[in-house]
Design a protein around this ligand. Structure first.
Ligand code: CAA
Length: 297
């Protein structure tokens, strides 16, 4: 897969998507390096896109196939929180490299853990930072997304995959079970029988199977994946950030509750959009046949 840097160069040199239209990218100012970000060791961050409103986080432990050690997750949490708090960022893209999105939690790090260590230290607690993010996070998965890597992709809101991606929950091979949502989120995405097969065998599934099962929403050629994912983030970024957050919250509620209370939650959020300036602007712009000018209010 193209690195964040090379896609950035592609976007610098070519046209980029702006509000659903392709426009010529100027050669200046397209990419803002995330100046507020500290020097990370296990991830890289960049801000990309015509409007500089897409935060890209690249997992970067290539020698360990991006195994998700604690320091990596602490940095990931920090980067997600920083992008979430930055009003100029509309959506976040989370990616790895061509060989691995992430090959799971770091087996070497947890090899000697005890039950008591895990319980006292709240093992994997850092992972909640990703699911607590209010802004949309899109996973761009090339290569292996295994164990915690598959679970991390499922913590995201949308999964796009490169055609050589491989998903799986192989924890059973090493005498344990998924511990970051694999037994809970996977059945919700793909149904019980398929989830059970994946968790109990440890077998990998390829990108097209994952798409057929509903785990992945679209599959692209490896070298196109990051570019297409950034375009998706830009497309989302054309809408009111406030209403996007409300929509994300409402969809996520479907995984937390019964249909009746989910529908009630949705109705309240829908009514709530009528308390926003952006809802008024959106409908007024439609009636006046002009593009909306959302203010995140
Ligand atoms: N943790 C730690 N290190 C890992 C790792 C992991 N999950 N996955 C790969 N690595 C390391 C390897 O140890 C190896 O390091 P060395 O060069 O120092 O030996 C390096 O990454 C390259 O890996 P391989 O040589 O194994 O590469 P490969 O191409 O032959 O195989 C693979 C790739 C099939 C993904 C294989 O590495 C593999 O099976 N990895 C483990 C997958 C796994 O079991 N994941 C689940 C982890 S448990 C978990 O995630 C719990 C949870 O739910 C939170």
């Amino acid at each position: 897969m193209a690195s964040v840097g090379s896609v950035t160069r592609v976007l610098l040199g070519k046209n980029v998507l702006n509000g659903g239209r392709f426009v010529a990218a100027s050669n200046t100012g397209l990419v803002k390096f995330y100046s507020a970000a500290p020097a990370y060791e296990n991830i890289k961050t960049e801000v990309v896109g015509a409007k500089k409103n897409v935060g890209v986080i690249q997992l970067h432990r290539p020698k360990a196939l991006n195994a998700l050690c604690k320091p990596l997750f602490q940095e990931l949490g920090q980067a997600v929180r920083a992008f979430d708090a930055d009003d100029s960022i509309a959506a976040i893209v989370l990616t790895g490299n061509e060989k691995a999105f992430a090959a799971g939690a770091d087996i070497k790090e947890m090899q000697n853990n005890t039950f008591s260590d895990n319980t006292k230290g709240g093992f994997l607690r850092e992972w909640e930072d990703v699911s607590n993010c209010g802004k949309p996070i899109i996973a761009a998965v090339n290569g292996f997304a295994l164990g915690g890597g598959c679970e991390l992709a499922m913590l995201c809101d949308i999964i796009y995959a490169g055609e050589k991606a491989k998903f799986g929950q192989p924890e059973i091979n090493i005498g344990t079970i998924p511990g970051a949502g694999g037994t809970q989120r996977l059945p919700r995405y793909v149904g019980k029988s398929k989830a059970m097969e994946i968790v109990l065998t440890g077998n990998f599934i390829d990108a097209h199977e994952a798409e057929k099962m509903g785990l992945v929403s679209r599959v692209f050629p490896v070298e196109k994946l990051l570019e297409e994912t950034i375009k998706l983030a830009e497309r989302i970024g054309a809408h009111s950030p406030l209403v996007v957050k409300m929509a994300k919250k409402a969809v996520n509620q479907a995984y937390e509750t019964t249909l009746r209370s989910g529908l009630e939650f949705e109705k309240q959020v829908f009514y709530g959009t009528f308390a926003t300036e952006d809802r008024k602007e959106g409908m007024t712009a439609f009636v006046e046949k002009r593009p909306p000018n959302f203010k995140n209010n």
